[in-house]
Write a protein that binds this ligand. Structure first.
Ligand code: HEM
Length: 495
């Protein structure tokens, strides 16, 4: 500690860490002020690195793109710290998100083919079909002009979509519904578990398993974990049975596809590859962990979609422009679903700008195994580097008037000269998001389908941008819900 303290002497930050709790006193207080307290630290000591002791762990919060780049880019010098990822592991399992070292490398290699471009090309059709049904379902289930927290619909939708795409489960009869009991149990379990993860990080004595198990949050997590594991096991059992039946029927997996959706289900899903002998890298137990991870991580897309709907509601001219683009592209006959999604450039910019202002993983961390050199500072081994990308995305050197919502910031000409790490909603470097292209395509399909069929209006309590009160558990969210209203598109002048 003495050595680290002296190496960090030049890094600004609060002084006098207390024994055992360090600077956690700065973080104490209601859980719903965590984001604000992080921003306050930045305003007092930023914009460069800020040192901060979390209990006995030295940590440095970084925000500027030039500070983030060397940390995210390191191949060997960093790993996911136990302090943060042990609580994550308690729900997500020992999968790609939480593993380190050789185990991570082995899992990343096993999952990469399931997100290959040629596979996503096939998923585009599924996203498009499901998104169209989803928009119909929203109109059917949400009474016109009634305020609804749209997050719960997105959560169910993305969870059912991963079942069909990555696990090759037969398409559900509906696009997804919060009224589906099994799905709503899983979604609720995920929400509960995410609350527990952050609670545990800010109450580090709960990292001691025995204390955690006895605590209220330990019991909540145990219930949530049991639900996600039960789902993951059921999916694997169903896929094993299907594979056996296919083999018994002499089904040739390598035959050309009769239709694209069937091709996805038979040959290209993660589970078909992992269980079907196409990849013998992962054991059954490891496959289970990855199924859990892939289910749990879908909430990233659900939250982002929810922020997008709120921004569309609050920016009617943006919504109108997106709708006009969708109509224009849909007027072209015979487009492959992937080509259609690729042509939705404005919709893509709306999604990107929403993720700039509301990067749902607003903070993520790495533990440094070796020294890492930032411009002007050397961070010693053992330090926890916490990247506060919520602030990176508001760096006014790269994002003038940063709070303004302007999708055209992402026009190619406007990106020239911007630091490549000024925008990292999917992280970057070797541990970037493996699902980022999957997520972008899926979100584009949903936004296109929703604006084509529904007018999204501000919901109660979110009538203007300044009413958005953000908070963070595992992911960023709006206190009080992602409230919007919907009405069918009726061809009106402003629709
Ligand atoms: C808008 C949606 C999404 C966002 C903003 C997002 C963001 C991120 C971020 C920031 C990380 C790095 C986390 C860290 O370092 O702790 C990450 C990792 C990861 N993401 Fe995503 N993600 C999204 C959607 C998805 C989807 C749809 C999938 C799967 C289908 C996925 C699978 C993963 C996995 C497996 C990792 C761990 C990769 C590794 O460490 O090798 N993500 N994501």
């Amino acid at each position: 500690r003495v050595k680290v303290t002296s190496l960090l002497a030049a890094v600004p930050g609060p002084s006098y860490p207390l024994p055992l709790i360090g600077h956690l006193i700065y973080m104490f207080g209601p859980m719903d002020g965590i984001l604000d307290r992080g921003i306050r630290l930045y305003r007092t000591y930023g914009p460069g690195p800020i040192k901060f002791w979390i209990g006995e762990w030295p940590s440095v919060q970084i925000m500027r793109p030039e500070d983030i780049e060397p940390v995210l880019n390191s191949q060997k010098e960093v790993e996911k710290p136990d302090l943060i990822y042990k609580p994550v592991r308690a729900f997500f399992g020992d999968g790609l998100i939480t593993l380190n070292g050789d185990a991570w490398f082995k899992h990343r290699r096993a999952l990469t083919p399931a997100f290959h471009f040629s596979v996503l090309e096939r998923y585009a059709g599924i996203f498009t079909r499901r998104a169209a049904a989803f928009a119909d379902l929203l109109l059917a289930e949400v009474p016109a002009d009634k305020t609804v927290n749209i997050m719960k619909f997105h959560s169910a939708f993305v969870t059912e979509t991963i079942m069909e795409t990555a696990f090759g489960m037969p398409p559900a009869s509906r696009a997804s519904s919060v009224q589906n009991k099994e799905m709503s149990d899983l979604v609720r379990a995920t929400e509960d578990a995410f609350g527990v993860i952050v609670h545990r990080i800010f109450h580090p004595w709960l990292l001691i398993d025995a204390l955690f198990k006895l605590s209220h949050s330990g019991r909540v997590n145990q219930r949530a974990e049991a639900i996600i594991t039960r789902h993951a096991k059921a999916v694997i059992a169903q896929k094993k049975l299907e594979l056996q039946q296919r083999r018994a029927a002499g089904d040739d997996d390598d035959a050309p596809d009769a239709d694209e959706d069937a091709g996805v289900r038979k040959k290209y899903t993660f589970l078909d590859m992992a269980l079907g002998g196409k990849s013998d890298v992962l054991s059954d137990a490891e496959i289970l962990e990855e199924v859990r991870t892939l289910i749990a991580v879908q909430q990233t897309s659900a939250s982002t979609l929810s922020f997008i709907m709120v921004m569309l509601a609050l920016n009617p001219e943006v919504q109108q422009r997106a709708r006009a683009e969708v109509r224009e592209v849909d007027a072209i006959e015979g487009l492959h679903p992937l080509d259609r999604l690729k042509r939705l450039k404005y919709v893509e910019r709306v999604i990107k700008e929403t993720m700039r202002l509301y990067p749902i993983t607003a903070i993520f961390s790495r533990k440094l195994k070796d020294e890492v050199h930032l411009p002007g500072h050397t961070l010693p081994a053992g330090v926890l580097a916490t990247m506060f990308i919520y602030m990176t995305h508001r760096d006014d050197r790269h994002w003038p008037d940063p709070e303004r919502f302007d999708p055209d910031r992402f026009l190619p000409d406007n990106c020239v000269g911007r630091h490549p790490y000024a925008y990292v909603p999917f992280s970057a470097g070797p541990r970037n998001c493996i699902g980022q292209r999957y997520a972008m395509l899926q979100m584009k399909a949903v936004v296109a389908a929703v604006v084509a069929k529904c007018v999204v209006l501000p919901g109660r309590g979110l009538e203007s941008r300044d009413k958005i009160r953000l908070n963070m558990d595992t992911f960023l969210y709006i206190k009080g819900g992602f409230n919007v209203r919907l009405k069918p598109v009726g061809g009106g002048l402003f629709e």
